[in-house]
Design a protein around this ligand. Structure first.
Ligand code: CAA
Length: 379
């Protein structure tokens, strides 16, 4: 076992760290306050290859590995959790399945522009009445000659208001004892595919999500992703990778909160000394740092397994479960260390606290992660 990163992994981490500090962090509070979509930041992230980190260069990506992606996700998310999730959805939930399950034509026509960041992708699984129990979706895909007709709605679609492509899941066969699903690639502008205005949320304000609608939306056979009938497995395998991204988003948020807490504890005085000299504060910082490192190691293990092509469903679920709950605890303690200032919108830790909360919900709630882990234990 070797905990040392390769020179390439260190390089992408340092590049992402320097970029995030220079281009993203100074704008994070403004993005949060105004809910502005960070298009100029995304354009620069595209130039650095951050929108297709683990996609081979011949398909428009940066040609790095999943560990590099994990490192870059932490850096971007430490600066701005909204930029982190926009990046995560494009990389993990769109590019990854098109690379893994797509035809040569789809890789050239769809993956290349999205992995290089000229276009943006999103992922449509959740519906108004089906979130955790994803198989109960009602969006329907009906076979016609040369293609399919999709009808239904998907909600909480991160990147939805801006995305050029969506991978959307629909029920396409109800004849057997188990329904079968199919994954489709649908381009913005396809007649019958429309987007609502962006949702209003507690945190990650600059990462816009919305409901999208499919009304008699015709999709050609060439846009079926993977085999017809295998869509649920495409979705689940995709989420195995996506959960690593969200774990790293949570790790980035928690790291930012810890760094600010350490700095504040050295400056702020009480009872005649910096509060960092009080054991009550030291113990909080020690617990925060330990939990943060544990989460990071879980995420790196899952990413390493993904790089080796080994099934990592349980390991990704453990990383996402632990990292997201850790981020909520760590950001909570960060506010405690900052006292009244921590509760003020003038200080960034309240933003970290709000941003952390969603990581326990999207890409599978903590309860779903526990189900995946338990199913793996008991099989
Ligand atoms: N890889 C490949 N195949 C898999 C798989 C995986 N990781 N997990 C399950 N499968 C296969 C199973 O082998 C099974 O195949 P067979 O039918 O051939 O036996 C099939 O898929 C069904 O599996 P299950 O019986 O385990 O399915 P289930 O109905 O019990 O559900 C679940 C499992 C884990 C609860 C799943 O529904 C789930 O993950 N729910 C949460 C959904 C979720 O994470 N949504 C997030 C939306 S995306 C998002 O949030 C994006 C964003 O905005 C950031």
């Amino acid at each position: 076992m070797d905990f040392e990163l390769t020179p390439e992994q260190k390089m992408i981490r340092d590049t992402a760290r320097e970029f995030a500090a220079r281009e993203i962090a100074p704008k994070a509070a403004e993005l949060d306050k105004t809910s502005r979509w960070p298009s100029e930041i995304l354009a620069k992230m595209a130039e650095l290859g951050l929108l297709g980190v683990a996609i081979p260069q011949e398909h428009g990506g940066a040609g790095m590995d999943a560990v590099s992606y994990a490192l870059a996700m932490e850096e971007v998310s430490a600066a701005c959790a909204s930029c982190g999730v926009i990046m995560s959805v494009n990389n993990s939930l769109f590019c990854d399945p098109v690379y893994k399950f797509g035809s040569a034509d789809q890789k050239e026509r769809v993956l290349q522009p999205v992995a290089s960041g000229q276009k943006l992708g999103c992922f449509g699984l959740t519906e108004p009445m089906s979130g955790s129990d994803a198989q109960t979706m009602v969006t329907n895909g009906e076979k016609t000659s040369g293609g399919w007709v999709i009808n239904g709605a998907k909600n909480w679609i991160t990147n939805g208001p801006h995305a050029d492509w969506i991978v959307v899941f629909a029920v396409t066969d109800r004849s057997g004892s188990k329904v079968k699903h199919t994954a489709f690639l649908v381009e913005r502008g396809t007649p019958g595919f429309t987007q609502n205005a962006a949702d209003h949320k507690l945190g990650i304000h600059a990462a816009h999500s919305c409901t999208v609608f499919f009304e008699n939306c015709k999709v050609p056979d060439a846009n079926v992703l993977g085999q017809a009938g295998d869509g649920f497995k495409v979705a689940m395998a995709t989420l195995d990778g996506g959960r690593i991204g969200i774990a790293c988003q949570a790790i980035g948020i928690a790291r930012a909160a810890l760094d600010k807490s350490v700095a504040y504890a050295k400056e702020r005085k009480s009872f005649g000394v910096p509060i960092a000299q009080h054991q009550a504060i030291q113990f909080m910082l020690a617990d925060m740092a330990t939990q943060l490192d544990a989460a990071r190691l879980l995420a790196w293990r899952a990413a390493t397994m993904k790089d080796k092509g080994v099934r990592h469903s349980a390991e990704s679920a453990m990383a996402k479960l632990y990292a997201s709950e850790m981020a909520t605890r760590v950001t909570h303690k960060a506010i405690q260390i900052h006292g009244g200032y921590g509760y003020s919108t003038e200080f960034p830790v309240e933003r970290h606290y709000r941003d952390a909360r969603i990581t326990e919900i999207y890409e599978g709630t903590s309860e779903i992660q526990r189900m995946v882990i338990a199913a793996n234990l008991l099989k």
